[in-house]
Write a new protein. Structure first.
Length: 68
């Protein structure tokens, strides 16, 4: 396991995925303002855990999802 720096996400501005429905289904939010990483959380549990991905890894993930 690698040590990762702590990111202060207390003032993060979260944005819900445009693919999330309004019925409270599977909703994902990402935060802006962290150029090297992409913080992600479950919008149904905003006080719950957050995942932080390297920007390159997040971009690769999104591109792969779009390709399928």
């Amino acid at each position: 396991m690698r040590n990762t720096p702590d990111y202060d996400l207390s003032t993060a501005t979260w944005h819900k995925s445009s693919y999330s429905g309004g019925s409270g289904g599977n909703c994902l939010e990402v935060a802006d303002g962290h150029p090297a990483v992409v913080p992600v959380r479950d919008s149904k549990n905003p006080l719950g855990p957050k995942l932080v991905f390297r920007a390159e890894a997040w971009t690769a993930f999104v591109e792969d999802v779009r390709a399928h």
